[in-house]
Design a protein around this ligand. Structure first.
Ligand code: NDP
Length: 239
């Protein structure tokens, strides 16, 4: 049974990805940081549905803690599907953006990508099969007012996706990014109201976490063997 790790599995999109990959037949590691209880509850729900899962928690900005947790995880077998989904936003127009806002957002999305992916790569290479899927954002493609930090982090992940896909292509490992638009989770509560969503999204609604998860499921599958280095938008036609 292939093993998958979803960072930020305690959040809205991450939870949907965990449920979907478990239904697809993967053993899923549901990762959390502060909300370990949510990850445990999701594991219980996946098991109740006949799937296999386990929770684990660490802060992706803590390089040593991440490495320690992940090296233990791949001591005997590789993680074959990695979904880098953990992310935060902390918005402010640029003249008012603090250094802490800048650094914290880059630290979770971009340094977190390194802290989690790098310790898992060698075991994946040895097995000659793998999937690395980075959850980015439309903001990394188009930019967004008030999100210079978030756009920078997600745009950098797009570039990292492309470079890493070139390094790993000959080893049977694909590396892709999924760039959601506006998805109905706690992250957008209080950010966009119904009217704003209707004016911004051609499909006139927010997407669901399950609609992101189904693209991740496809990218993780054998059907996506020849697809690497791509940024797949899931945004109701916004761009
Ligand atoms: P949520 O706020 O629901 O979930 C965020 C997740 O990230 C949580 O599981 C949280 O863990 C985890 N996380 C945050 N900081 C850390 C950290 N330092 N270490 C480890 N884990 C951390 O957000 P969404 O589900 O909406 O977003 C998931 C991803 O999708 C993010 O990368 C986001 O940028 C992206 N995205 C979301 C969009 C949306 O409209 N919702 C649109 C475009 C992209 P915990 O709660 O346990 O601390």
């Amino acid at each position: 049974m292939k093993r998958a790790l979803v960072t930020g599995g305690s959040g809205g999109i991450g939870a949907a990805i965990c449920r979907r990959l478990a239904a697809d037949g993967y053993f899923v590691y549901v990762h959390a940081n502060r909300n370990a209880a949510k990850a445990e509850a999701l594991v219980a729900a996946i098991r109740a549905d006949g799937g296999q899962a386990e929770a684990l928690a660490f802060d992706v900005t803590d390089a040593d803690a991440s490495r320690a947790a992940l090296e233990a995880l791949v001591a005997d077998a590789p993680i074959q599907v990695l979904v880098n989904n953990a992310g935060i936003h902390d918005d402010a127009v640029f003249p008012g953006m603090s250094a802490a806002q800048w650094h914290s957002v880059l630290d979770v999305s971009l340094n977190g990508f390194f802290n989690v992916t790098q310790p898992l790569t060698m075991a994946m290479i040895r097995s000659r099969w793998g999937r690395i899927i980075n959850i980015t954002s439309i903001a990394g493609l188009t930019g967004n007012r008030g999100q210079v930090n978030y756009s920078a982090a997600k745009g950098a992940l797009h570039a990292a996706t492309k470079s890493l896909s070139l390094e790993l292509a000959s080893r049977g490992i694909t590396v892709n990014a999924v760039a959601p638009g506006i998805i109905q989770t706690g992250m957008i509560d209080g950010v966009f109201d119904k009217q704003a969503i209707e004016s911004m999204v051609p499909m006139k609604r927010a997407g669901t976490p399950e609609e992101v998860a189904s693209v991740v499921s496809f990218l993780a599958s054998e059907q996506a063997n020849y697809l690497s280095g791509q940024i797949i938008s899931v945004n109701g036609g916004m761009i």
